[in-house]
Every structure is written in structure tokens, then in C-alpha cells.
Design a binder for this molecule. Structure first.
Ligand SMILES: Cc1ncc(C[n+]2csc(CCOP(=O)(O)OP(=O)(O)O)c2C)c(N)n1
Ligand SMILES: [Mg+2]
Length: 184
């Protein structure tokens, strides 16, 4: 499964729910697949994607989706424990697990050596978890996560595909655009 096709599938399932994306290709591919003002792109802040989504989920009633990366989440495993502690029923974490820090030179990450992020989530008291390896399976689980209470933690095993154009780095504009959608 490629991240881009899976990102397109996610966009096809959503209305205007907030979507927070990990730095690098996850953000670039969401931007290429379809910009929405409720896309909260992150730049440089490795490890904080699901922490930002957790904060949003705790202050909103709608579903909030985090598209994180294995390497980034490994750098901030505490965020999984915080999600398990707070139990936000409206949070869906998807981890794009390519078993590598792709964007910095394709170094193999811990998940290539046996670290099981789904098992980490379960041990942190997140009970709605799944590891998916193909698009059909992922679509079915993702749709279920949108319609049932969570928190959900979905590990999506992916392989790196072609490179998409880099999104312009615009953290301020992202914040202002996103915030404005809640002010009208
Ligand atoms: C604190 C910090 N350390 C290192 C980096 C450099 N860096 C940026 S992205 C990245 C790898 C991210 O890996 P992953 O989340 O698995 O995403 P992938 O590249 O595989 O899509 C690294 C090491 C950074 N931005 N911030
Ligand atoms: Mg990775």
C-alpha cells in the first residue's frame, strides 16, 4: 500500500473533520491529494503530530484524525500514553509505518527490528487498534473508526512510492486558515 493512495481514500471518506499531518511526505502528499482548510499541516515539529491532534480532540466534539509517521511517533512515545490516559473518544491516530525515517535518507526505524506500535498502544489502554497492510482492509477499518467511539490507533504498513512536490512551508498560514474555520 502506498501512502498517497491511502491518503486519497481518507479524503474520500471525510467531510470537514480536522486532519493533522506529520512533517514531510505525509504533509506534502495530503496537500497534493487535496487541500482543505481543515488540513493542519505540520513542518519541522517531529514527534508532535499526534500530540497536536490530541489537544484538538480534547477541545472539539467532532472526529479528529492524526496522520503520523513511525519514526516521529517513536521519538515521542509518551503521546500514546497520554492518549490512553485521556481516552478521547473522537481521536483517530493513523501511523504510516514504512519502517524507516524515509525523508532523511531511508534509515531503518525500530519497527523494522520488531517494535510493534499497535502493541504499544494496546499496552497504553487504547483498545480500538488495528494493523492494516492493504487498502481494502484499511478502508474498512478507517470507516469503522469514523462511526464508532475511540480512541482509535491504526498502524498502516506502507511502502515508499514516487515523490510528490514539496508543499510550501507555511505554518502561520496553516494556523490562521485552520483557526478561521471555527470562527464563522
Ligand atoms: C527533533 C527533530 N529531530 C530530527 C528531525 C529531522 N527529521 C525530520 S523528518 C525525520 C524522519 C521522520 O520519520 P517518519 O516520521 O517515519 O516519517 P517518514 O519520513 O518515514 O515519512 C527526521 C529525522 C526533526 N525535524 N526534528
Ligand atoms: Mg517512517
Amino acid at each position: 500500500m502506498f501512502r498517497y493512495e491511502a491518503t486519497q481514500m481518507i479524503l474520500g471518506c471525510l467531510q470537514d473533520q480536522p486532519l493533522v499531518t506529520n512533517l514531510g511526505p505525509t504533509t506534502d502528499e495530503l496537500w497534493a491529494a487535496g487541500h482543505r482548510d481543515r488540513n493542519f499541516y505540520t513542518f519541522g515539529s517531529m514527534g508532535l503530530c499526534s500530540s497536536i491532534a490530541l489537544g484538538m480532540a480534547l477541545s472539539l466534539s467532532e472526529k479528529v484524525i492524526s496522520l503520523d509517521g513511525d519514526g516521529s511517533l517513536l521519538m515521542n512515545l509518551g503521546t500514546i500514553a497520554s492518549i490512553g490516559r485521556e481516552q478521547p473518544s473522537n481521536l483517530i491516530v493513523v501511523v504510516w509505518d514504512n519502517e524507516e525515517w524515509a525523508q532523511t535518507g531511508r534509515q531503518k526505524s525500530h519497527t523494522a527490528f520488531g517494535t510493534n506500535l499497535e502493541a504499544v498502544a494496546r499496552s497504553c489502554n487504547i483498545t480500538h487498534t488495528k494493523t492494516v497492510t492493504d487498502l481494502t482492509q484499511f478502508k474498512s477499518v478507517f470507516k469503522e473508526s469514523l462511526t464508532t467511539d475511540g480512541p482509535w490507533f491504526i498502524v498502516a504498513k506502507i511502502e515508499e512510492g514516487e515523490l510528490y512536490p514539496l508543499m510550501p512551508q507555511e505554518p502561520d498560514a496553516t494556523l490562521l486558515r485552520f483557526r478561521a474555520t471555527y470562527l464563522s
